[in-house]
Design a binder for this molecule. Structure first.
Ligand code: SAM
Length: 332
């Protein structure tokens, strides 16, 4: 759930808003019916009205929809913009939309129910031949040298400071990825295109693929970063690649279990999967670093966010089939 300041940051992001605004201007013909999934405070719906939409359904489950409703009135669009407080997956519309607009991404496009929501809306709420904004997101990765991000994750749990064994936590932080940007000079390899999510055709929310990288300069590999280029309409989009102006989305830093000294002849392969389990993704990455000698395996790591959260015995017991909840004294 976003607070009002977070919605404000989304609107203040000129790279994102400029691209959305141009894409809407191009794709909304006078008289179009538009569905805005995840309308938030209504900014994209309002722009759609401004560009000539005849009817806009602004759908948002949070109470931010109250702001969209007031803004529709304040801008004279109340007769064309209908605000619906709900998830798109729970609504029916009296007419199908010519254009569906959304931005349901988190740091990365693989975020919560983003893909299932688009697949559902595309099949039930979009006219045959209708348009989707965004059209696709292309995900890229590269191996990085980023001692600062790596140390921020790992160092607190190392023995050095207080001579205490905190290995229980270090096993967990090795299995999380975190938001973080890097600069182009921190890349040790060329970017590799991991996946393309084409919103007009995507069916499964799960994405997987193997990437192979050739190390280009000597350095210490700490893991890889993952970012995306968004195509809203052909020729209109934005990118949060290293070196591009910052956007609200950032990129993901996936650490390795330990840093690896890399030489230009080394090859790195990463098998990366994102599987939607319940309400969010489990990310898994298996890395092999091959040295220049035939058969030389310099490093091999298997990591997954499945192991990236502490599980207490009490929590586990509660999930067991024989667990019987008991009332507390206060009746809860
Ligand atoms: C990143 S915000 C985008 C807000 C606004 N559209 C903008 O571009 O500034 C995404 C919003 O989508 C909403 N959301 C997520 N899944 C949704 C769904 N299936 N139906 C409707 N809203 C959804 C969230 O509550 C959140 O407010």
């Amino acid at each position: 759930m976003y607070d009002i300041a977070a919605f404000g940051r989304m609107i203040a992001d000129q790279g994102r808003m400029g691209a959305y605004s141009r894409a809407l201007q191009r794709s909304i013909a006078h008289g179009s019916t538009v569905l805005d999934i995840g309308a938030g405070t209504g900014i994209l719906s309002l722009l759609a009205c401004q560009y000539g939409a005849r009817k806009v359904y602004a759908v948002e489950p949070s109470s931010a929809i109250a702001i969209a409703e007031e803004a529709a009135r304040a801008n004279g669009f109340a007769d064309r913009m209908e605000c619906i407080q709900a998830l798109s997956t729970d609504i029916r519309l009296p007419q199908k939309a010519d254009v569906i607009i959304s931005d349901l991404r988190g740091v990365l496009p693989l975020f919560q129910q983003h893909l299932p929501s688009i697949v559902d809306a595309r099949s039930r709420l979009l006219q045959p031949g209708g348009n989707l904004i965004p059209k696709r997101d292309v995900l890229w990765a590269a191996v990085v040298e980023t001692p600062r991000s790596y140390d921020q994750l790992m160092k607190p749990w190392e023995r050095e400071r207080f001579d205490l064994n905190m290995a229980a936590a270090s096993q967990i932080v090795k299995n999380v990825w975190k938001e973080g940007r890097v600069t182009p000079d921190q890349l040790l390899t060329k970017p590799y295109r991991w996946a393309t999510i084409d919103y007009l055709t995507v069916e499964s929310p799960d994405v997987s693929g193997e990437m192979t990288f050739q190390v280009e300069r000597p350095g210490t590999g700490h893991g890889f970063v993952l970012w995306f280029d968004a195509v809203l309409e052909e020729g209109i989009g934005f990118s949060n690649a290293p070196g591009q102006p910052e956007l609200i989305y950032s990129s993901g830093f996936f650490p390795w279990s330990s840093p690896v000294t890399l030489d230009p002849a080394d090859a790195v392969s990463v098998d990366l999967r994102a599987d939607l389990v319940g309400s969010d993704y489990v990310w898994s990455w298996e890395t092999r670093v091959h040295g220049k000698d035939p058969g030389q395996l310099k490093a091999h790591f298997r990591q997954s966010t499945f192991f990236g959260a502490p599980l207490s015995p009490t929590q586990l017991r509660k999930r067991g089939g024989r667990y019987q909840p008991a009332l507390r004294e206060d009746g809860e």
